[in-house]
Design a protein around this ligand. Sequence first.
Ligand code: ADP
Ligand code: MG
Length: 238
Amino acid sequence: MARLSLRGIKKRFKAVEVLHGIDLDVNDRELIVFVGPSGCGKSTLLRLIAGLDPITDGEFLLNDKRMNEVAPSRRGIAMVFQSYALYPHMDVYENMAFGARLMGLSKAEVEARIAEATRMLRLEPLLERKPRELSGGQRQRVAIGRALVRKPQLLLLDEPLSNLDAALRSEVRLEIARLHREIGGTTIYVTHDQVEAMTLADRIVVMNGGRIEQFGSPRELYETPANTFVANFIGSPR
Ligand code: ADP
Ligand code: MG
């Protein structure tokens, strides 16, 4: 379980500020979607939360503990990248085992966790295959499985469907919603697709140009958009 607070988060790359002060409070067990046009800062914000890039200014709290200086591997957070980033020379089992071993878990614990992720994602027939022998949807499930074996309190997914064709997209989207409920943790899901956001989210963060335009349930955004950007983006009648 993870309760998450972002307070005045800013990010600069050299002289260019790309996040201009992000404030956000997320509850335990929520499925939050960050949505906004390409280049608005979604991936950057996710990388700050994961600890892959330093925060320029502001504070990130997880269950009331300041995380700014905590190493990525100690945050209890796992991230699934748009490109999957599987290890090409390892089979599916080894891809899942590698990160878990780095955490210093016992062999038995690693095996138990892989068995659970294998069941949840129906990876049983694929365990001995290399990434190149998998379809896009299968690779995506392995990337998610690899994140799950770390038992993250917070799961970050960056445009997880973008490399899948339309038919697979709705299937994997449903699977992510089911997994989120089964894991019982907090999930942040990034997309530029408003339909994905509206169908998946408990609450949606609408981003634009490094700022949050609105944060609310799909229904709130649809019925009472804060401004014309949100109305146009969500496609509400205002
Ligand atoms: P999104 O994921 O919403 O498409 P990004 O977070 O990837 O957007 O990018 C937000 C802005 O930050 C863009 O203008 C992008 O060019 C810039 N940016 C992202 N990463 C870097 C980097 N490592 N160095 C410089 N600029 C970056
Ligand atoms: Mg991105």
